[in-house]
Design a protein around this ligand. Structure first.
Ligand code: ADP
Ligand code: MG
Length: 363
């Protein structure tokens, strides 16, 4: 059988570049080499593309230690992976597995390029990715679908610049402290602060507005943090839930990547009814955003009331060997190689489905 050429796109112009290197290494190592020819393609922090990268060099990728070629794929149908210098085709890719977290990877921009190229790719399309990335749009869609979430509000950076006291008064009237203040379009808890009073709220608004022109403000709860992996296209399945026990006051950047003391508990200690409810909500959330392939849905369970809230969806979740997304599937009975097979076949299914659309209309 002819092997499938999988272009594994990783790195990216994103704050989560390093996480992506680890995710890509885990994926490249686990893809079945009998079925797939893996073509790792790195996007450097400045946006340049390089390929092919050896699997063993993925984790330490940097353009400084790379000896190979600068490449691209052109935004036109049926493109190949192109070597830039001489404009020669390098390889015909059959499917792209973009594993770039955050900005310029998980937000619909890369997906837009892949749509123009007309190549099957793993994961959500343009709209699902963009809405999943923008916490304000995401929460509006949750609200429309009556999905449970904490009370929130949002402001623009220009409003903060014009009259921050007015904004603070408005927020204090609308919401109860403590508040979580976040840039709308970021991840990894970058720019996220917890504000317990007016002075901290002011600081938090100024901090978040360094990263985005749209800021989201939410009521903070004392919570357990539960995550569910979802897999599929229009009939997705949900995994067993897992729990994150952060080592800091909340799951901030340091707790995620530096202190290394946060605990992933799989399965989360929950009763059967709560598990069922979380799984149903995870699937409902996934469908509400019209996701495809995969996503991780993150929940809060209020420690005092037991009430479930959806925190967010991640359409290209961390995929390292120790990440929650593949770990939850492993526990649910889907091994990493099986998971990757499913994701690639879902990418082809979605591409075939899209190609049923008529694009040249004549009367
Ligand atoms: N409303 C909230 N109540 C309690 N904790 C929160 C709330 N919002 C965020 N947090 C804490 O901040 C972390 C990061 O927030 P999140 O919205 O998940 O941002 P990111 O997209 O950067 O992961 C969460 O994992 C949680 O620990
Ligand atoms: Mg989060």
């Amino acid at each position: 059988m002819k092997k499938i050429n999988v272009g594994l796109l990783f790195g990216g112009r994103s704050g989560e570049h390093e996480v992506s290197l680890n995710s890509a290494f885990a994926i490249a190592s686990s893809l079945d080499k009998e079925k797939y020819n893996v073509v790792p393609i790195a996007i450097a922090k400045n946006g340049q593309w390089f390929a092919p990268i050896k699997i063993e060099d993925i984790k330490s990728f940097s353009p400084d230690n790379y000896r190979g070629q600068e490449v691209t794929i052109l935004p036109q149908p049926n493109t190949k992976l192109i070597k830039l210098e001489k404009y020669e085709p390098l390889i015909n890719l059959d499917v792209i597995f973009p594993i770039i977290h955050g900005t310029n990877g998980e937000d619909g921009t890369l997906q837009g390029l892949l749509e123009m190229v007309d190549i099957p790719y793993v994961g959500a399309g343009v709209a699902g990715s963009a809405v999943g990335m923008d916490k304000v749009f995401m929460k509006k869609i949750f609200a429309y679908n009556k999905l449970p979430q904490v009370n929130f509000s949002y402001v623009l950076r220009s409003e903060i610049e014009n009259d921050i006291s007015n904004i603070i008064n408005k927020l204090i009237n609308e919401l109860k402290f403590p508040l979580f203040v976040k840039p709308a379009n970021l991840g990894s808890s970058v720019g996220v602060s917890k504000a317990k009073n007016e002075a901290e709220l002011k600081k938090a608004l100024l901090e978040a507005s360094k990263y985005d022109r749209k800021i989201i403000i939410e009521e903070g709860k004392e919570v357990r943090e539960i995550e569910v992996s979802v897999l599929g296209n229009e009939q997705p399945q949900a995994s067993i839930p897992g729990e994150i026990i952060p080592c800091n006051e909340f799951y901030d950047y340091k707790a995620k990547y530096i202190d290394d003391k946060s605990i992933l508990e799989i399965p989360a200690k929950l009763d059967k009814k709560t598990v069922n409810e979380l799984q149903k909500l995870a699937v409902d959330t996934y469908l509400a955003l019209d996701c495809a392939g995969l996503a991780r849905v993150d929940f809060f369970i209020c420690k005092s009331t037991g009430k479930i809230y959806i925190n967010e969806i991640n359409t290209l979740p961390g995929f390292t060997a120790i990440s929650m997304y593949p770990k939850l599937w492993e526990y649910t009975g889907v091994s990493m190689p099986q998971l990757l097979d499913r994701l690639i076949s879902l990418a082809f299914d979605r591409y075939r489905d899209k190609n049923k659309n008529i694009t040249n209309y004549t009367l």
